[in-house]
Design a protein around this ligand. Structure first.
Ligand SMILES: *[C@@H]1O[C@H](CO)[C@@H](O)[C@H](O)[C@H]1NC(C)=O
Ligand SMILES: *[C@@H]1O[C@H](CO)[C@@H](O)[C@H](O)[C@H]1NC(C)=O
Ligand SMILES: [Cu+2]
Length: 209
């Protein structure tokens, strides 16, 4: 139970920490591709997987380039019509991907866009979105601490029954020394300590009575 809970928590933390920063163009940065034209950013986008919450890192020098998100028609024609948001003129710049779907970015300076400084990406909604294949989580192996199918001999045998694991003292079956209720499942080591403590207590009590 505790192990399953820990797995769920760690998976949740991993999914939160999965926000990825994509350095646009890798070594090219955000510039006119030295070769290949727009294909350079097509290739780069193909090699990346974008999820809502990820960040695009546009590495460019202020005044050398800029970033503007536009709809597809404007992207295709390298125009700023119907821009989404305002032009990012200060570089480098981070753009957080806040929605799923197609996203188009161009540089508005000179003829940079016509020369290939344009980026189209597809952002998927989340790791569980259709089409996205989340990493398969194998079922956890049988845990060593999983509760046994048979009742634990130290926790819930009737008081009339002598403890199967006999304490050294023969008088430990004194009826006033009842088997304590199972300790709260704080941790397995705590449980072990508690049962050790309680059986020691039973032994001491048995010596006195
Ligand atoms: C940004 O680009 C410059 C110039 O190409 C480069 O020196 C620098 O390392 C890049 N920064 C990052 C964070 O990649
Ligand atoms: C962009 O994000 C990265 C990673 O979060 C960070 O290291 C960098 O400083 C940010 N740069 C800018 C210009 O915000
Ligand atoms: Cu430019």
């Amino acid at each position: 139970m505790l192990i399953v809970f820990g797995l769920v928590v760690s998976m949740f933390l991993q999914s939160v920490a999965a926000q990825k920063v994509h350095e646009v163009g890798d070594s090219i940065g955000w510039a006119i591709p030295p070769s290949g034209g727009a294909q350079a950013y097509v290739n780069w986008a193909d090699n990346n997987k974008f999820v809502v919450g990820d960040i695009l890192f546009f590495n460019f020098t202020t005044n050398a380039h800029d970033v503007l998100q536009v709809p597809k028609a404007s992207f295709d024609s390298c125009r700023s019509d119907n821009a989404i948001g305002s032009t990012i003129t200060t570089g480098p710049a981070n753009v957080t991907l806040t929605s799923a779907g197609e996203h188009y970015f161009i540089c508005t300076l000179g003829s940079h866009c016509q020369s290939g400084q344009k980026l189209a990406i597809t952002v998927s909604g989340s790791a569980t979105a259709p089409g996205a294949s989340p990493p398969s989580v194998p079922p956890p192996p049988p845990a060593a601490h999983s509760p046994p199918t048979t009742p634990s001999p130290t926790s819930n045998h009737p008081a009339a029954c002598p403890p199967p694991v006999a304490a050294p003292s023969p008088s430990s079956t004194d009826p006033t020394v009842n088997t304590p209720p199972p300790p709260p499942p704080a941790s397995s080591s705590g449980a072990v300590f508690a049962s050790f403590f309680l059986s020691s207590l039973a032994l001491v009590m048995g010596l006195f009575f």
